[in-house]
Design a binder for this molecule. Structure first.
Ligand SMILES: C[S@@+](CC[C@H](N)C(=O)[O-])C[C@H]1O[C@@H](n2cnc3c(N)ncnc32)[C@H](O)[C@@H]1O
Ligand code: SF4
Ligand code: SF4
Length: 290
């Protein structure tokens, strides 16, 4: 129960009250609380959905390991849509659906995915995090502007190909909430070797990490404990069995909800054995590989 409160209940309330834009009502909050506590409830604070492993930058210490993909690829929109639909069909609410990459604005089918969830009654907000190297065209901006709740966050690493001011101006012209974060420092995630940490250490690191609550990540039909976990598994650098929930496995609604709740509250992630985040070593953000 304590882990449900820490990993699901509290993050959901925080996302609703403090992260997604728009007016909140007492009725809205009460409805959310009910959908968090009723029997077999499954409400998600955030679903991060990887649309592509392609990126327009090559950050040396990308926590999501995008520069490690020798053959980066786009995930077909039909597959992404079908997996999110399956997940939502067994879920009460998703506070924030984050469409991510790599770089989400290099994904050619972004409009199709947005269209599929624009009026979904269980998705409260659709969000994007971008490096602002690619300015979306008018049609895509109009689609984003038409969403009932949307949010774009620009990560600015000071790389010359980034155009944060132009991106912000384009969003402002369409009334899209957009924030510009100048990222000076990152935490060094280190290399992709297994560190050989024991379960108690892994549990401590996983429980302390922001990603374990706000970055559960969907890739190719599975939800992983965090975005680094999804990349490690997809790159074949880690066995992702423990750290993932298979959306496509046939189950009844009751089984799906039960197993998903169990996954949302697991004690540790194998991925933390391939990550140095807990050491909190500061490095300059967005340093580029040659
Ligand atoms: C992986 S990026 C994907 C979206 C987009 N390409 C971007 O850079 O904004 C998602 C977020 O992860 C952050 N990030 C990547 N590597 C990180 C690290 N080592 N430590 C902390 N944050 C990191 C980025 O700054 C960004 O806000
Ligand atoms: S952090 Fe850098 S390399 Fe990683 S996805 Fe974002 S822009 Fe690409
Ligand atoms: S691997 Fe573990 S420590 Fe690293 S980002 Fe993911 S949850 Fe956090």
């Amino acid at each position: 129960m304590a882990s449900y409160y820490r990993r699901v209940f509290r993050p959901s309330i925080r996302e609703y009250l403090h992260v997604i834009p728009g007016k909140k009502s007492v009725f809205g909050l009460a409805k959310l609380v009910w959908n968090l506590v009723k029997p077999n409830a499954v409400t998600y604070p955030v679903i991060v959905c990887v649309l592509t492993t392609k990126c327009s930058l090559k950050c040396a210490h990308c926590n999501n390991l995008m520069p490690c993909f020798d053959k980066p690829y786009h995930i077909p929109a039909d597959q992404v849509i079908s997996d999110i639909r399956t997940l939502l069909s067994h879920t009460d609410y998703c506070i924030k659906l984050e469409l991510l990459g790599g770089e989400p604005f290099v994904y050619p089918e972004l409009g199709k995915v947005i269209d599929a969830f624009k009026d979904h009654p269980k998705v409260m907000c659709i969000a994007f995090t971008t490096n602002a190297t690619v300015i979306p065209d008018e049609a895509l901006l109009d689609q984003i502007a038409a969403l009932k709740c949307k949010k774009i966050v620009i990560s600015d690493y000071g790389v010359p190909t980034q155009k944060p001011d132009e991106f912000m101006a384009a969003c402002k012209a369409k009334g899209i909430p957009c924030s510009h974060t100048v990222s000076e420092y990152w935490a060094d995630p280190g290399n992709t070797e297994c560190r050989g940490k024991g379960k108690a250490q892994l549990a401590m690191e996983y429980n302390q990490c922001y990603s374990s609550r706000y970055c559960r990540t969907m890739l190719n039909g599975k939800i992983y404990t965090c975005a680094r976990a999804s990349s490690l598994a997809d790159l074949g650098l880690m066995d992702g069995e423990h750290d993932s929930f298979d959306i496509r496995k046939p189950r009844t609604d009751k089984e799906f909800r039960k197993e998903l709740r169990k996954f949302l509250t697991i004690d540790y992630a194998d991925a933390c054995n391939y990550c140095d985040h807990a050491k909190r070593i500061r490095i300059p953000a967005g340093e580029q590989l040659q």
